[in-house]
Design a protein around this ligand. Structure first.
Ligand SMILES: *Cc1c(COP(=O)(O)O)cnc(C)c1O
Ligand SMILES: [Zn+2]
Length: 442
């Protein structure tokens, strides 16, 4: 069976554009494009048949279908030849039952979707595999693309650099100077991307990269390019699959540029269209209080939206004041009976640290989502018997400074409640025994 997908304007302008065209906005009204699928043709296969196909492929070795993204190829991007697919076996990430954390907050059916257990350590790999594969396809068709480019708060660039290097395509990265972690900065450097560290913030990098992308020789890899959103859609499908095709009650996700929350909504909608699910979860999007334009708009019932100048936050990957996917995200929040919450610096750092004590190792953005979880439980929006999934967007291993500074009490505006410092001792049996005793027998 041949499936089909194309770009079309989110505002509904009729013109269709092939996915191998280098195009990011509607030529008629300048709105973003989204990938549309021939849903009628997809529906010709029954829901049961789709589910069994996905089960058969999930995490097996038949390339590229063992990838969490490409195992759902027909629903994501059917029009790429398998030989052009650039995959690192993304997806298939652990859905962690947060038993101890859940018990401690009286919501025992609590799960953390560990999207950061991935090739470059964040969920960005899910979208990047689709985008870079399409670039490889376009190049194989004879079109002249000299480099893939992106602006980044750190994780997009790490992902783009890795996939581009795997494909042998040059990559140019624009980063805000001193606003990304050491690990995030070193990843594109190791992958030999041209890494430009600029004296501006993310929104400033974004303005420049969009100007660069006006020439067709630079292919833009930011989430303004909806191919990335397609890959990220698989987060929803994979969660439902991991629950034996049952839909959880709540999904909590941190949001910056708001592509990921948009993708989450699209994934659930598509499963509903295909009859795979019959209910939808509620979605909560969580922002840093230092970069909260969606939250502010939510407070006035989305009657207006203004971008802002994002302030410095520990949640660097969501330090974004002018989110490109704002319209898509508002639509998802409205359609999923959603809620927007925010977290202060102290709240996000303590939430991450508290969860770490139950065996996790959370990035600051996951701390933002966990804060929203705690607040929604407190407000009784989330009830004791609800099944809740928190999307962890990156591994804490990418944010070593965040972890070290917290325990060293060196974070502005943070009052650390869960510090744990190494105890420096002489190598003496008795003192050691006494120290252990003091810690655990009091
Ligand atoms: C990109 C990113 C986000 C935010 O995703 P958006 O699609 O920009 O809303 C959150 N957490 C981490 C770790 C990220 O890399
Ligand atoms: Zn349009």
């Amino acid at each position: 069976m041949n499936y089909d997908a194309w770009f079309q304007c989110v505002q509904g302008c009729e013109e269709r554009h092939e996915l191998n065209e280098v195009i990011y906005r509607c030529p008629t009204c300048n709105s973003l494009l989204e990938v549309k699928h021939d849903v009628d043709r997809l529906k010709a296969r029954s829901a049961a048949a789709w589910m069994s196909l996905f089960e058969k492929r999930y995490m097996r070795t038949a390339y590229p279908y063992g990838s969490g993204v490409w195992g759902k190829k027909e629903l994501i991007c059917p029009n790429i030849d398998n030989e052009n697919i650039v995959s690192t076996y993304e997806g298939g990430t652990n859905l962690f039952w947060a038993e101890r954390l859940g018990e401690s907050i009286n919501v025992p059916d609590l799960w953390i979707k560990q999207c950061g257990i991935s090739h470059t350590g964040s969920f960005k790999d899910l979208g990047m595999t689709v985008l870079v594969s399409m670039v490889k396809q376009i190049i194989s068709e004879g079109k002249d693309i000299s480099a893939v480019i992106c602006a980044s708060t750190g994780d997009t660039s790490a992902s783009l650099a890795a996939y581009a290097a795997a494909a042998g395509i040059p990559a140019v990265i624009l980063l805000p100077r001193a606003k990304v972690s050491m690990t995030q900065l070193i990843q594109p450097i190791c992958n030999n991307a041209l890494t430009l560290s600029l004296d501006t913030d993310f929104d400033g990098c974004m303005t420049i990269v969009q100007k660069l992308a006006e020439t067709p020789y630079f292919y833009l890899a930011n989430s303004i390019n909806s191919l990335r959103i397609e890959g990220q859609k698989t987060i929803s499908i994979e969660i439902v699959q991991q629950f034996e095709w049952e839909v959880p009650d709540w999904i909590i996700i941190p949001g910056g540029n708001l592509g990921n929350v948009s993708a989450l909504g699209l994934g659930f909608r598509m499963m509903q269209d295909l009859g795979i699910i019959s209910k939808l979860p509620r979605i909560a999007c969580a922002q840093s209080a230092k970069a909260n334009p969606l939250y502010t708009s939510y407070l006035n019932k989305f009657t207006d939206f203004s971008s802002m100048s994002a302030q410095t936050t520990l949640a660097t990957a969501i330090q974004i004041g002018n989110p490109v996917s704002i319209r898509k995200a508002i639509k998802v929040i409205e359609e999923f009976n959603g809620i927007v919450e925010q977290a202060t610096e102290s709240e996000l750092a303590n939430a991450a640290a508290l969860a770490d004590r139950t065996g996790l190792f959370n990035c600051p953005h996951t701390g933002v989502a966990l804060t929203a979880l705690f607040k929604l439980i407190e407000r009784q929006e989330i009830q004791k018997n609800d099944r809740v999934v928190v999307i962890s967007t990156a591994t804490g291993l990418k944010f070593p400074e965040f972890k070290v500074d917290y325990h060293n009490k060196e974070q502005e505006e943070v009052k650390p409640l869960h510090r744990n410092l190494p105890v420096e001792l002489a190598a003496n049996y008795d003192t050691i025994l006494q120290t252990i005793d003091e810690r655990f027998n009091n």
